[in-house]
Design a protein around this ligand. Structure first.
Ligand SMILES: CC(C)(COP(=O)(O)OP(=O)(O)OC[C@H]1O[C@@H](n2cnc3c(N)ncnc32)[C@H](O)[C@@H]1OP(=O)(O)O)[C@@H](O)C(=O)NCCC(=O)NCCS
Length: 112
């Protein structure tokens, strides 16, 4: 919990709720890094992550950010590709001795 509190304290967070239950959340920093994006399993494929992402992108645009990046797990790559991100570099990260593949992905925000 302390590690999560430290990590979350450095991020902007938007939380999606339905019937007072958390449906998903996004955490990002104002340098354009999308750090966390999760949808509750029971709310998957209902547009929760899309809505959270659109809200975060709007916030980042408003602060003048032009370059976005994220390290997407395999399950999230199709989602981010659908939001206009391009794959930039395959990476691996070790969590509790488990090696997880992920993809560094980026997006340039064009002027509206
Ligand atoms: C990735 C994740 C955030 C997507 O959340 P979601 O709320 O289900 O996404 P949406 O409903 O907004 O999906 C929008 C589109 O993204 C794509 N998409 C989303 N999940 C997908 C999946 N599992 N496989 C393929 N495409 C997917 C689809 O094109 C989808 O549109 P469609 O449902 O009309 O086909 C969710 O699956 C999740 O929490 N995964 C586990 C955590 C994770 O890996 N987070 C990323 C860390 S960077």
């Amino acid at each position: 919990m302390p590690a999560w509190q430290t990590r979350l304290a450095s991020l902007e967070l938007f939380i999606a709720e339905e019937d007072q239950t958390i449906a998903g959340f996004i955490g990002f920093s104002l340098d354009g890094h999308i750090d966390l994006l999760f949808t509750a399993p029971g709310c998957a494929r209902q547009g929760v992550a899309s809505t959270l992402y659109a809200t975060a992108e709007q916030r980042l645009r408003a602060t003048g950010v032009r370059e976005l990046h994220t390290e997407a797990r395999l399950v999230a790559q199709a989602f981010f590709a659908g939001q206009g991100f391009s794959a930039e570099q395959a990476q691996t990260v070790v969590r509790d001795a488990v090696i997880l593949p992920r993809m560094l992905m980026g997006k340039t925000l064009e002027p509206l």
